[in-house]
Design a protein around this ligand. Sequence first.
Ligand code: EPZ
Length: 429
Amino acid sequence: MDRIRITGGVPLEGSIPISGAKNAALPLMIASLLTDETLTLDNVPRLADVQQLFHILANHGVDTSFQGKRTGQDQLAGQTVDLLARAIVDTTAPYDLVSKMRASFWVIGPLLARMGEARVSLPGGCAIGTRPVDFFIEGLRALGANIEIEAGYVVAQARAGLIGNRIRLPKASVGATHTLMMAATLARGETVLENAACEPEIADLGECLIAMGAKIEGHGTSTIFIEGVPRLRGARHAVMPDRIETGTYALAVAMAGGDVTLEGASADHLEKPIELMRQAGADITVTNRGMRVRRNGHGIYAVDAETAPYPGFPTDLQAQFMALMTAGKGTSHVTETIFENRFMHVQELARLGAKISLNGQTATIEGVKTLKGAPVMATDLRASVSLVIAGLAAEGETEVSRIYHLDRGFERLEQKLSRCGAQIERVSA
Ligand code: EPZ
């Protein structure tokens, strides 16, 4: 199995192109199930999760074709993909496909809306908490679907079509918001989605659905209005830049020191993380190319962080921020409020010499002067990249194993970092 080997202590200098957002690309690809015309997506990242979703969609009858590269295009530029679901050939999403990635469960919304039925395996994904699907089930029931759980599958039917309704989510769930918004686009009448998640990826999906002919207002806020239409058409849409990848590389620069421009990054989606990174000593400016991050000549300050739904500090940057705090001057606290088991990086960071104690949902981090390279193991996507960040600053060699987690969500991470001078390579066992 491949590992990533890092020799730490080298400041990062140069530029890193930011890829299209994984967590926007996945729901956008799923939206192709809503129409029998071609949905063209630009800036699709090359990731294992994206590949996995192509398999799942193919099983439902979606043809995908990749448009070729143009001459002079950066090798790290995003790809353009045509998705065509002319006919849905199967409304079952089987266990062996869905269990690998939670987001694939979201196909239930479009399949049910377009075909009046869906049979989707209960999901899998990163082991960061129990991650139930009760909001999806209650929401789809409110839209008139009949839903049963049978042998590990959610079996949903709405033979006469879905009917718009007022739905209040018990918690602002990203996945439930994506799914119910997609389902409601083809329902009869108006749906009002209250306490909806406000993440920028939801706004991005909303824009794409509107380009496909959907009638949506309020996407990106906590109340979304969707007036159902009889059918949606093809469209072209560019996936938004990945705010979590951006935040991750910004934290890597804050950790290792140096001066890096994150090309194509959008600072608008990172207000809270930027505020905390500045307090920690990073110098962040918005330029016409993206975002420039520097930390030269001074240390890292200890800063507290607490995760919250957007626009709060994202849970998907919690592990990376904690990695930075392991080298902070003093004591900091990082509190996780979204998932109950998202601290698996703690024991791996400890192998590098980090001093972290856990009390419930709060980690207390006592900054150390130097981390020391060691073999560590990736446990989930964001946890694994936190080990890379720590390894970039640690003395000596760090080897991260089980990096298939990283490949799920970070496009060509070693190339991007080594372009900035990092001593990082992928080694095969
Ligand atoms: C999305 O997951 C992201 N995944 C996650 O990113 C991200 O961590 C999360 O949102 C929070 O921002 C994608 O976009 C593909 P939720 P999602 O539903 O939709 C509870 C990464 O590393 N809940 O907003 O699964 C749930 O247990 C991934 O890229 C229910 O109780 O998250 C959690 O406590 C990991 N019942 C909270 O809501 C439900 O039916 C928020 O989860 C649904 C959710």
